[in-house]
Design a protein around this ligand. Sequence first.
Ligand code: FES
Length: 215
Amino acid sequence: MERAGGAATKSTRRDVLRVASGAAGVAAVAGAVGGAAYLVLDQGADVAPPRAADAVEVDLSPLATGQQVMVFWRTFPVFVVRRSAQALATLRDPDHFGQLADPNSKELQQPPYAQNAARSIKPEFAVLVGVCTHMGCTPQFYPRPHASEPVADWPGGYLCPCHGSRYDLAGRVFRDFPAPYNLPVPPHRFVGDKTIRIGENPANVTFDFNSILQI
Ligand code: FES
């Protein structure tokens, strides 16, 4: 199978998926297309990144609302999140907008088809490179609003454990924290109603991931 970047890869490639649900740990397995293998671990467990893949297909049908699957693309961790209607409403809340450094995604941290309020092709599904734009740590997933966990008045999103930067469930960084930019959105496209291919753009779209400001 010819993949993005011109490298020939076999459909039997064995990719490793790490699945987490909320801050608590494992809840489900999301399938990958093409004979990929799954490795299910508790969130926070150490796992060696698998070898780089130019394109990775992921079957999202087992992913329940509020859950996240993490895959590796080009050695980067990529979060794929299925967001609830409530979470999507929060992303559009004007009060929430006011807390963000780049609420309208004006900085080049995503392809043109993700420069919208949900930063995604389908609002329900976010696809984000899980590398903090401050110094490269992996932000942790806390999808549910909470009065005190992991910090006071938590709206739901990602908290970077290294220096406290915060991102919402669209990967938009909160103002006045160390990270300067929103989490990158990688090239991706839907090849089925619930199947995405990370590493390739939709038809007739040209977007070079190397053009983003910061990974
Ligand atoms: S690396 Fe994420 S806040 Fe510093």
